[in-house]
Design a protein around this ligand. Structure first.
Ligand code: TYM
Length: 330
C-alpha cells in the first residue's frame, strides 16, 4: 500500500532558532518511518524577505546541513532546494488565477510584514501563501508538519484545494497540519507575547540552533519571567510557561511533570537545569552540522539526487493539472 505523503519546508532567510527546531524540524525526522516524506529548503520563498545574494546562498547550505544533522535521511526522504524544481512556481502561477486578492491581503503574516516595511511592499510578499500552497499541493501532501504561525497559510491552502477541485474535478489531496505538543509556538525570551523568530532584531530573544553553550546560558538566565516566584504553567506567567514548553519539548516530560519536578524551587534553579537540557539537546545536531558543512561535495550529491526525485513527481502532477485546466499537452 502507498504511504501517505508529508511535505514541509523552511526558508533560508536567517539563522534557525529553537522555535524552528521544536515547532518543525524535530518533528520532520519522526515522520520518516511513518510516511513518504519530502523536505524542501524553500529558497524561492526567502527572496520575499529582501535577502542579500550571499546570505541566501550561505543560509541555503546551512539549512540543508541542519536538515541532515537533525536526522533527515536522504535514503528515506526526498531532500532538495525548491528552486531546483520549477514546477513549484508553475503551479503557483496557475493557482494565482483562482486566488481572491482580498483573502491574500487579509493574511496575518502579510499584514505584519507589510506594516514593518511599509515603504517597500512587493508583490512577492502578498503572493507568498500561493507559493506555499503550490509546494504542498504539488506533492499531494496529506500532512504538513509546521509550527502554529503557519496555521493560517495551511487553512488558505485547504481553501485553494477545495476551490480547484470544485472547479476542475478531484485533483489535489486535502492537507492537514501536523503540530507538536508543546513546541508549536515558542515565544521570544525577551517578549513572551511575540513568537521567537529568526528575523528578530533582539538576538537575546532567540536561541539559535548553532548558539554556543555560553550564549545559551546567557540568554536563558536573562529570560523574562515574573515576580510571582512560584513555578507554575499558566498564561498569566507567560515567560515561565514558554520556558517550561522549551524544557518539555527537549525532554518529552509534560508541563505538569516539570512543575512537579521543580515544586518549591526558585526560577534560578529551573533555568540552570533548562540550560543543560537545551545544550545537551542541541549538541548532537551542532556536531553533525559541522561535519556536513565541511563536506560540500556530499551536500551536492544529496540535493542533486533529491531534486531529480522531486522533479519526477512534480512534473507528473503538473501534467495532470495542465490537462484538467485545458492546456495542450506537448
Ligand atoms: P519559516 O521558515 O518561517 O519557519 C520554519 C518552520 O518553523 C516554524 N516556526 C516555529 N515553530 C514554533 N515556534 C516558533 N517560534 C516558530 N517559528 C517558526 C514554522 O511554523 C515553520 O514550520 N512559510 C513557511 C515555509 C514554507 C512551508 C511550505 C512550510 C514554505 N512552503 C510548505 C510547510 C509547507 C515559513 O515561512 O516557515
Amino acid at each position: 500500500m502507498l504511504k501517505e505523503r508529508v511535505f514541509s519546508g523552511i526558508q533560508p532567510s536567517g539563522n534557525l532558532t529553537i522555535g524552528n527546531y521544536l515547532g518543525a524540524l524535530k518533528n520532520f525526522s519522526v515522520q520518516q518511518d511513518l510516511y513518504d516524506c519530502i523536505y524542501c529548503v524553500v529558497d524561492m520563498h526567502a527572496l520575499t524577505a529582501g535577502i542579500k545574494a550571499e546570505d541566501l546562498n550561505r543560509y541555503s547550505y546551512e539549512i540543508l546541513s541542519l536538515y541532515l544533522a537533525a536526522d533527515l535521511d536522504p535514503e528515506k526522504s526526498i531532500i532538495y532546494f525548491q528552486s531546483h524544481v520549477p514546477a513549484h512556481t508553475e503551479l503557483q502561477w496557475i493557482l494565482n488565477s483562482i486566488t481572491p486578492l482580498g483573502q491574500l491581503s487579509r493574511m496575518t503574516q502579510y499584514k505584519a510584514k507589510a506594516e514593518k516595511h511599509a515603504d517597500n511592499i512587493y508583490a512577492g510578499l502578498l503572493n507568498y501563501p500561493i507559493l506555499m500552497a503550490a509546494d504542498i499541493m504539488l506533492f499531494d501532501a496529506k500532512y504538513v508538519p509546521v509550527g502554529d504561525d503557519q496555521r493560517q497559510h495551511l487553512e488558505f491552502t485547504r481553501d485553494l484545494v477545495e476551490k480547484f477541485n470544485s472547479i476542475y474535478g478531484e485533483t489535489f489531496v486535502m492537507p492537514e497540519m501536523l503540530a507538536t505538543k508543546t513546541g508549536t509556538r515558542i515565544m521570544s525570551l525577551q517578549n513572551p507575547a511575540a513568537k521567537m523568530s529568526k528575523s528578530d532584531e533582539d538576538i537575546n530573544g532567540a536561541i539559535y540552533i548553532l548558539d554556543s553553550e555560553k550564549d545559551i546560558k546567557k540568554k536563558i538566565m536573562r529570560a523574562v519571567t515574573d515576580s510571582v516566584g512560584v513555578i507554575a504553567y499558566n498564561k498569566d506567567q507567560a515567560g515561565l510557561k514558554n520556558l517550561i514548553d522549551i524544557y518539555s519539548s527537549f525532554t518529552d516530560l509534560s508541563p505538569d511533570d516539570i512543575v512537579k519536578k521543580f515544586d518549591n524551587q526558585g526560577y534560578g534553579t529551573f533555568k540552570k537545569e533548562l540550560v543543560e537540557v537545551v545544550v545537551d539537546g542541541l549538541r548532537p545536531i551542532q556536531n553533525r552540522y559541522n561535519e556536513y558543512m565541511s563536506n560540500k561535495d556530499q551536500l551536492e550529491e544529496i540535493y542533486r539526487s533529491g531534486a531529480k526525485k522531486a522533479r519526477k513527481l512534480a512534473n507528473a502532477k503538473i501534467k495532470e493539472v495542465c490537462d484538467k485546466i485545458g492546456l495542450i499537452e506537448l
